[in-house]
Design a protein around this ligand. Structure first.
Ligand SMILES: [Zn+2]
Length: 143
């Protein structure tokens, strides 16, 4: 009996971890692992993704296509803790999302833009990615 209980417990723990740290949207081919951070963070990453899905479906599709990991721990001093490292092409870093959820969404889109640049072997330019983030902000602040 003891073994069965342990198994059930381990299974429940796994489910809990998956529900908390894994974003899954089979209709859009979205499988994103969210690396948690102990740093303060007000916005739930899943809510940010859902908001992007609603407001900017094209951007959402690109996220699902190009991103497998969203790491909440800052890895560099980029804009609001956002960062992309070409050595980890399917990971984006979203460090500080204490601001509002629209800004966090714009940050995700900014970093995804870098991920796309890297996968298309284009130079990493900020201009294109700032305008990608800004156009998202323009869409969501219309509501
Ligand atoms: Zn950038």
């Amino acid at each position: 009996m003891k073994k069965v209980k342990l198994l059930i417990l381990a299974f429940l723990l796994l489910l809990f971890l998956l529900s908390k740290f894994f974003y899954y949207d089979p209709n859009f081919g979205c499988n994103i692992f969210i690396v948690p951070s102990f740093l303060p963070s007000n916005n739930n990453t899943k809510n940010i993704l859902k908001m992007i899905k609603k407001g900017a479906p094209d951007d959402y599709l690109r996220i699902c296509q190009y991103v497998s990991v969203i790491n909440k721990n800052p890895s560099c001093g980029g804009l609001d803790g956002g960062c992309f490292q070409p050595t980890k092409p399917r990971t984006i870093y979203i460090g500080n999302d204490q601001g509002n959820i629209a800004m966090s969404g714009a940050l995700v889109i900014h970093e995804v833009c870098h991920a796309i640049q890297a996968s298309e072997k284009r130079p990493m330019t900020e201009r294109e990615c700032y305008s990608a983030g800004n156009s998202y902000l323009n869409i969501v602040t219309k509501y």
